[in-house]
Design a protein around this ligand. Structure first.
Ligand SMILES: N[C@@H](CCC(=O)N[C@@H](CS)C(=O)NCC(=O)O)C(=O)O
Length: 269
């Protein structure tokens, strides 16, 4: 089993947690996003969107991290991460959908505006333009451009703040009956899909903006970090300098993020 990934990328992290849960052996192939290796003709054959991760299993390429995790669960059913009960399975997929339809882009915008824009500034003009050009997706280009130019003032950062608020509000309500995990006593892909997106905010030191007054989420987050699969899939694979970079860059935008969050909450009243 081969996983095409890029070190600290959030959607590769959820696949790595799932692989660890299933106790599977796999081989990593790094696709350096800052060298635009994701747009090489060979990689585009495996992943036409030019994104990581891609899992190659039995000679077949499987795309989309959420679908990769579900695929792994169908292929290797133990331990069960997708509930058999159809209603619970539907609920699990609603959480995955929320991650894919809002949190994923939100994490990208926040990470770009905090730190990746600085990395992009160090690229040559030619390499930077190649990264912006990507595979001809104007939406993605607009988002990259806006967070590169405007950092935490980008309109897309506001979208990110709103997406996280919606997710944390729902998570808080869900956990308020004292359950340990999103769907009850056992963690499922609903939890695993969320973990990397909460981890990124935490490593950027921005998580408390949303969860300061949400103790149920704080407990869920502590439980998540304790899982051996979380350590194997995320925390033990991040290098010291990456932790340091996330902390420093996150702190650099924290005040502005807090102000924008407060303004957003006021706008809801
Ligand atoms: N929906 C896709 C999203 C994949 C995605 O956006 N991956 C990011 C890394 S987390 C990526 O490869 N970005 C390419 C880039 O930054 O150019 C999935 O879940 O697999």
């Amino acid at each position: 089993m081969i996983l095409y990934q890029f070190g600290n990328s959030v959607c590769a992290q959820k696949v790595r947690i799932t692989l660890a849960e299933k106790g599977l052996d796999w081989e990593a192939r790094e696709v350096d996003l800052f060298k635009s290796e994701q747009y090489s003709p060979e990689y585009l054959k495996l992943n036409p969107k030019g994104v990581v991760p891609t899992l190659v299993h039995d000679g077949r390429a499987i795309n989309e991290s959420t679908l990769i995790c579900e695929y792994l669960d169908s292929m290797f059913p133990k331990p069960e991460l997708v509930p058999k009960d159809p209603y619970k399975c539907y609920q699990m997929r609603l959480w995955s959908k929320m991650v894919d339809e809002g949190l994923h882009e939100g994490t990208t915008e926040i990470s770009f505006s905090a730190m990746f824009r600085h990395k992009m500034k160090n690229l040559t003009e030619e390499k930077r333009q190649l990264r912006f050009k990507n595979i001809g997706d104007p939406r993605r280009k607009d988002r990259f451009f806006s967070t590169y130019n405007d950092g935490p003032d980008s309109m897309f950062v506001l979208h990110a703040i709103a997406a996280y608020e919606k997710a944390f509000k729902r998570l808080d309500e869900t956990l308020s009956d004292g359950r340990n995990w999103v769907l009850g006593d056992n963690y499922t892909l609903a939890d695993i899909n969320l973990m990397p997106y909460v981890a990124r905010l935490s490593y950027l030191s921005l998580l408390d903006i949303w969860i300061e007054d949400r103790p149920s989420i704080k407990s869920w987050w502590l439980r998540s970090q304790d899982l051996p699969s979380f350590k194997a899939g995320i925390s033990s694979l991040i290098m010291e300098d990456e932790y340091e970079a996330m902390l420093v860059h996150g702190l650099g935008i924290k005040n502005r993020m807090q102000d924008r969050y407060n303004d957003y909450l006021k706008s809801l009243r």
